[in-house]
Every structure is written in structure tokens, then in C-alpha cells.
Write a protein that binds this ligand. Sequence first.
Ligand code: C5P
Length: 258
Amino acid sequence: MNVSTPDNALPESENKSQDQRQRYPVICIDGPSGAGKGTVTWRLAQALGYQLLDSGALYRIVGLKAFEAGLIKPGADVECEIDGLKLLKLTQSLEIDFIPNNESGRVDILVNGEAVGEKVRNETVGGYASQVAVFPEVRTALLKLQQDMATRSGLVADGRDMGTVVFPNADVKVFLTASAKARAERRVAQLLNAGQEADFEAIFTTIKARDARDENRTTAPSKPAEDALLLDSSVLDADTVYHQVKKHCQERGVFFDY
Ligand code: C5P
């Protein structure tokens, strides 16, 4: 598997330890879906001129491709037996490009040269992602390419295990959470705003099931690093969250121009 970003042309020694490779500042924003990680990660990356790693998108891509290859049954959270060997081969075959899009405020994703666009951004694919994310083989296949992103420029990394597994020596670690109820309410508001139907109970149930799977898996469960700042966004707006995280980054020596 290969992931490229616009400025990833620098050569890199295969033999360097993670410590040596991680020579640019790294900020980790971990926590469950819907806590506001995406917004704060994007704003930090913009303000600092750092690259952005949306690690959830990697798992979503593997989940979508596994579904398309028939390895996962249809339906967001229908548990099924997945063939680990086939899943690993599929993961290793993917070529992924992340292209920052200033207009949408997101990162466009190309898989094997083809834009996956919003196809990975829905609840169903989120469910596929959390099913493939329990496989240690998949996590290992994705590990180095995530770490390599910190060898090219400063990085703001959004995920579940950024501070615990992928960048244990990161300069800043934040675990941003919010109650399942607050996250379900936000999701309902988002869907209604987009003119789509939204069933609070169904969304609330899915969120709790997804949290349980992410928190209880054996490999790289979703949890705060010991040295992470814990922030609960249940009753905070996005601006307040951003400014609290920014202040923490500054206290940890990260310099902002504005
Ligand atoms: O963050 P996002 O909702 O896009 O992540 C989708 C799923 O991918 C998560 O529910 C989780 O199972 C998995 N994931 C992970 N490790 C990460 C990021 C995401 O296991 N670092």
C-alpha cells in the first residue's frame, strides 16, 4: 500500500527508527466520531501550514474496498466473518493520494487514481471501517505510511490511536470526546441541514455500538494517551474547542503566526 500527499517527494531511509523519522512537530487529535476532531484538525493544519492526516479515511477506504470486493456484508454494522488474508492483500494493493481542498475544507482522496469523494463519508462506510480496523494485519499495513507523513512537514493527525500507537512521541496529544447523546444530536442536525432524513434512536444506537467496538478491540483500542489533554466537547462550540486546543499547543511550544 502506498499513500502520497502533494509534498511527499523527499527520500527517506527505511532503517530509521520512528523516533528519528519523526523530526517535524506532530499534533495528535484522537477521540470518537462526532466529537469535533475533523474541524479542529483542519483549523490547526491551516493555521500552522502543516499536513493533515485523516487516519479514519484510510480505514474507511479499506472498509469500502473490502465491501466492494465482497469481503463484508451490506449494512453498516452487520457483524460478519472477514477473511483476514484477503483483507490484507487488498489493503496492500491500494494506492492512496490525499489532496487538500481549500474550498471544501476537507481532503480529497484518490484511490488507485480514482476519486472516492463523499463515498467514504457516510455511516455505512464508517461501520465497514470499524470492522476492518479490528484486524491487526490491516493496522500494521497502515502504520508506516501514517508515520511517514511526519517525515515531510509538521503534521496534525486525527484518529483513535495517533497518540498511543502511531506517534507515541508526538509534541501534542489531545483526546477530544463528547457524550454519545451529544454526538448523535449533532449528527441528526447535520443530516437535517443537508435535507436528509435522520432517526435519532438509530444514530444513537450505531454510535454506541461503534464506540464499543473501537474501545474494546485488542489492537490499538480507542483511548487517551497517558500524556493527552482530555477535552469534552459535549457543551462546547467548535470555536471554543479550537482555542482550547490551540492554547494547549502553544503551552507545548508550538508556534502560531496568528
Ligand atoms: O474517524 P472516522 O469516523 O473516519 O473513523 C472510522 C473508523 O475507522 C472508526 O470507527 C475506527 O473503527 C477506525 N479508525 C481506527 N483508527 C484510526 C482512525 C479510525 O481504528 N486511527
